[in-house]
Design a binder for this molecule. Structure first.
Ligand SMILES: Cc1cc2nc3c(=O)[nH]c(=O)nc-3n(C[C@H](O)[C@H](O)[C@H](O)COP(=O)(O)OP(=O)(O)OC[C@H]3O[C@@H](n4cnc5c(N)ncnc54)[C@H](O)[C@@H]3O)c2cc1C
Length: 399
């Protein structure tokens, strides 16, 4: 079977869907091919039959996500926003929950704080920059685990200037929020638009160009012909597919490493769980990178915990560790869900890679978006997709 489409997007994560949305808003029709059984990628709200939901991936949106808020407004989703309640993150130290300030060495913190006035983030890794600001011991024992939790992978080598960007906040929007049904409500709404079609279980196997069209081969053997082609895939997959078509861009993409994140989410009746109400847990030297709870959008009867694991353990071993941390027996778990994703592991010099890709793109006739341009946050994905959609719309008219 073969299809002929105007705009084709590969990958239905938030980057691909934001790009599809922007192009559809301009009146163009878009087909999105997605290898997984459902769209969303790192955005995955696990939904249980009784209407309870919890996040297996991204969990928080902010009022500083201006580009995303434009899309939220266009989709009429403001009335489905849920304000996230305040709850603390706790460190898990030798099996005990501890507050973050309690683990900081205050003398070291005060002795190092003056660096805040002289140090610049540019050209420094997260470990170098924040290590100077808080002191090496504080970095190793408190901040490195915190950053590891934020990034779901070891954080030391990330460029310091790619994290925690200053963005204008919208005062009319809750500081942090989700949606009824979880963040996936946003991706569901994008996908439901009449000008957007998402084909799931459609793994892209190869790309080619014939005449003025791109030819995309799917694992099923089907082919799709497209006038315009946008890639919104993890960098290694984009590199593999682009190697025959745009070798210079593929070579640049090869420089972007990724980390695997294997998540296990569980639900238990609130009365069985021994943990106090928390936004999340930051482990020190454990088998998992982080725990995110649903306590910030509390439910009277149920609580949910998603553990983002380091690679290696079996599911059984992971469930044992989860039960030990949250203090419930296996038989008290009402639900166990799994989800696997990847995130870029950015390093110093990353900006030059992104610039190189951008230099090569206009001549290639391709569009590339993802979480490896401005940063990993959903707002960074939305901003990048808006930029690529704008370029696509400016360069092309429907065939
Ligand atoms: C655990 C976790 C928590 C996070 N929390 C937050 C948060 O709270 N707030 C925030 O702003 N950000 C958060 N992030 C970051 C953010 O969610 C991600 O960076 C963003 O969602 C990535 O979107 P993407 O579309 O670029 O990539 P992905 O979501 O990885 O999407 C890429 C898509 O391409 C598909 N694909 C891959 N290969 C092929 C192929 N050959 N053919 C077709 N399809 C293919 C994949 O299946 C996937 O759906 C979190 C990330 C993780 C993992």
């Amino acid at each position: 079977m073969s299809d002929n489409v105007d705009v084709l997007v590969l990958g239905a994560g938030i980057s691909g869907l934001c790009l599809a949305h922007r192009v559809a808003q301009a009146g163009r029709t878009v087909l999105v091919l997605e290898s997984a059984a459902q769209p969303g990628g790192c955005v995955h709200s696990q939904r249980e039959p009784a209407g309870y939901w919890f996040e297996m991936g991204a969990h928080t949106l902010y009022n500083s996500y201006g580009s995303l808020l434009t899309i939220i407004g266009e989709l009429g989703l403001r009335d489905r926003m849920l304000t996230r309640r305040k709850a603390p993150f706790r460190l898990l130290v030798d099996g005990k929950l501890r507050s973050i300030p309690s683990q900081l060495s205050l003398p070291e913190l005060f002795a190092s704080a003056w660096h805040a006035f002289s140090e610049r983030k540019q050209g420094q890794t997260v470990a170098d920059y924040y290590g100077k600001l808080v002191g090496r011991r504080n970095w190793k024992h408190v901040l490195a685990p915190l950053f590891t939790t934020v990034l779901s992978q070891p954080a030391d080598n990330f460029p310091a200037d790619i994290l925690f960007k200053k963005r204008a906040r919208r005062k009319d929007i809750p500081r942090s929020y989700s949606f009824a049904g979880g963040i996936q409500t946003l991706t569901d709404r994008i996908v439901a638009q009449p000008k957007i079609t998402v084909r799931t279980n459609a793994q892209v196997r190869a790309l080619a160009r014939t005449g003025g069209s791109f030819v995309v081969e799917i694992a099923s053997g089907d082919r799709v012909f497209a006038q315009r082609l946008a890639l919104a895939l993890p960098a290694p997959e984009a590199a593999r597919l682009l190697a025959p078509l745009a070798p210079d861009i593929a070579t640049a993409l090869v420089g972007i490493q990724t980390a695997k994140i294997e998540s296990v989410g569980v639900v238990a009746e609130a009365r069985h769980v021994r943990l106090p109400r928390l936004a999340g847990i930051v482990p020190i030297g454990d088998t998992f990178f982080s725990v995110v709870t649903r306590d910030v959008v509390p439910d009277e009867h149920l609580r949910a915990f998603t553990f983002h694991f380091r690679p290696g353990l079996s599911l059984d071993e992971r469930i044992d560790r989860i039960c030990a941390v949250i203090g419930v027996g296996r038989s008290q778990l009402a639900c166990v869900a799994t989800h696997a994703t990847s995130l870029p592991s950015l390093a110093l010099g990353h900006a030059a890679i992104a610039e190189e890709i951008d230099r090569r793109l206009p001549a290639s006739g391709l569009y590339v978006t993802g979480n490896y341009f401005g940063g990993l946050a959903i707002e960074d994905c939305s901003l990048r997709s808006a930029k690529e959609a704008e370029r696509l719309l400016a360069e092309t008219r429907p065939a």
